[in-house]
Design a protein around this ligand. Structure first.
Ligand code: GLU
Length: 181
């Protein structure tokens, strides 16, 4: 099984806290790992494979990830093979909303069809990716981030846990529905 870690606090401690949390979750098994760090903007780094592949990618960045809020994820694939593109976090097209998810969104196909009909282009094969696009749609409709996450997750069927970061806020939004693990 897989895991989610979230952190809100000191900008410089976010990334070490996320990586430390993911290391503690490794025993659960996973095929991919990733992090999103938020604040004024949201940045994502993710890789298929083990944590050292993610850490190598992070070490290679010219500007290290830093910000007051972050989420990390280890993935156990259910929808789409373990590729970099299918690794979490997933984002909306503008990269302002990042989502990590454990479990299954049972009605994702219906939601994906609905979003694609509105012109949304998907970057992965996961059930998860509908979520950042739904949140972004609610933000565009004028909702604040908390209301947008609530409205988006009201659309989801299934057992899951989610963590969401939104550019422009240092809050972390966590949602649990049913028994995802
Ligand atoms: N269903 C999601 C996926 O395939 C999440 C899997 C998990 O729980 O890690 O990406």
């Amino acid at each position: 099984m897989c895991g989610i870690i979230g952190y809100v606090g000191d900008t410089d401690r976010t990334l070490p806290a996320l990586l430390g949390g993911l290391a503690n979750l490794e025993y659960r098994g996973y095929d991919s790992a990733g992090v999103a760090v938020g604040g004024d903007t949201v940045r994502v780094e993710k890789r298929s494979g083990q944590l050292d592949a993610l850490e190598a990618a992070l070490d290679g960045l010219d500007t290290p990830l830093g910000g007051p809020v972050g989420v990390g994820h280890t993935r156990w694939s259910t929808h789409g093979p373990p590729t970099d593109a299918n690794a979490h976090p997933h984002t909306d097209a503008a990269g302002r909303v990042a989502v990590v998810h454990n479990g299954i969104i049972e009605n994702y196909r219906t939601l994906r069809d609905e979003l694609e009909a509105e012109g949304v282009t998907f970057a992965s094969e996961t059930d998860t990716e509908v979520v950042p696009h739904l949140v972004a749609r609610e933000l565009r409709a004028g909702h604040d981030p908390e209301a947008a996450v609530r409205a988006a997750t009201d659309r989801l069927d299934g057992s899951y846990a989610l963590a969401v970061v939104v550019a422009g806020t240092d809050a972390l939004f966590a949602v649990r529905h049913g028994s995802p693990l």
